[in-house]
Design a binder for this molecule. Structure first.
Ligand SMILES: C[S@@+](CC[C@H](N)C(=O)[O-])C[C@H]1O[C@@H](n2cnc3c(N)ncnc32)[C@H](O)[C@@H]1O
Length: 301
């Protein structure tokens, strides 16, 4: 049966169900795990295997001593905050680590008592769910297109793009050499070399890459890793060089929020037009709607 036939069959079932049971059926369809076996594609399995390889190479907090500023910024947060990399650790893995006492979702408010409060989690990578939303719903068909991930870190956006899109080239630019080496290890092991390239570089030296890109992805790139002057300079560099009309820019959080506390000469209304995303199209279980709503898509005008 093809898609159109299958959709008609599902709608026929819904119409045929007695009025009293229809809402129960819809509730079951929205919440059941019975569809999991159909949802977990081979590509998901490959990405989970990559995440496992990377977990084995990194400390549990998935941050490196070479990231002084990022570590300091996390320690300086008002609420106690830990970095839990969402590409490496999904909720099930976090639960099992919490059970083993290797990770905690809470911190003790009064030391020694049972009074606890939830820890803030931040992630420096997209989760599998966010990657699938990005490539399967947010972005158009990328056949023949060039995608650049600014600050590619563990390579989640590149590997997701290799598996879930037909982009002809996926470039990662990462200033931390340790993370570049980890990405290279995965690219070689999983034979992604034909379409994925990682450049160990500051994005502010990559003008022509930005000028030629069809899609640029910027997931929380600068806030934790650069001081405010450097952030402003980097955003200006991006806005001066990403000028190809019709090319797409994905940001987390929104551009407005990203540059709101910085002194820049960027006039958003003369640079980009926001393309509203439908966050309801994503039907899989365990949706973190709040995380999806942080993803914004813009077209260069
Ligand atoms: C939050 S991570 C993004 C991870 C990845 N793009 C993803 O979505 O899974 C940001 C990364 O950007 C890198 N970075 C920050 N400023 C950069 C710059 N100016 N040039 C290149 N990389 C940069 C950091 O080292 C860090 O690894």
């Amino acid at each position: 049966m093809d898609f159109v036939g299958a959709r008609s069959a599902v709608l026929a079932v819904l119409r045929g169900v007695s009025a009293g049971d229809r809402s129960r059926l819809l509730h079951w369809m929205r919440t059941t795990n019975d569809f999991d076996e159909f949802m977990l594609s081979n590509n998901d399995v490959v990405l989970r295997s990559i995440a496992e390889d990377l977990r084995n190479c990194l400390p549990i907090e998935a941050m490196l001593n070479s990231e002084h500023l990022a570590i300091k910024k996390i320690l300086d947060q008002r609420e106690p905050t830990v970095h839990v990399d969402a590409f490496l650790y999904d909720d099930d893995i976090i639960d099992s680590l919490c059970e083993k006492g290797k990770m905690s979702r809470n911190y003790c408010v009064v030391c020694g008592s049972h009074k606890t409060a939830p820890l803030e989690f931040i992630s420096h990578s997209f989760s599998l769910m966010e990657l699938k939303f990005l490539y399967q719903y947010a972005l158009p068909d990328l056949t023949g297109k060039i995608l650049v991930d600014v600050g590619s870190r563990l390579g989640a956006v590149l590997f997701g793009g290799y598996l879930y899109s037909s982009a002809s080239q996926l470039y990662g630019v990462e200033m931390n050499s340790d993370f570049c080496q980890l990405q290279e290890m995965i690219i070689t092991k999983y034979q992604f070399t034909d379409r994925v390239k990682v450049l160990h570089s500051d994005i502010c030296t990559q003008a022509s890459l930005l000028q030629n890109a069809d899609v640029v992805v910027m997931n929380n790139v600068f806030e934790y890793f650069l001081d405010r002057l450097e952030q402003a300079r980097a955003w200006e560099f991006i806005s001066h060089n990403m000028r190809k009309k019709g090319s797409l820019l994905v940001t987390v959080p929104s551009l407005e929020e990203s540059i709101s506390n910085l002194q820049t000469d960027i006039l958003l209304s003369q640079w980009v037009e926001e393309m509203k995303l439908d966050y309801d199209v994503y039907m899989e279980k365990d949706i973190d709607r709040e995380a999806l709503e942080q993803i914004h898509l813009y077209k260069i005008i």
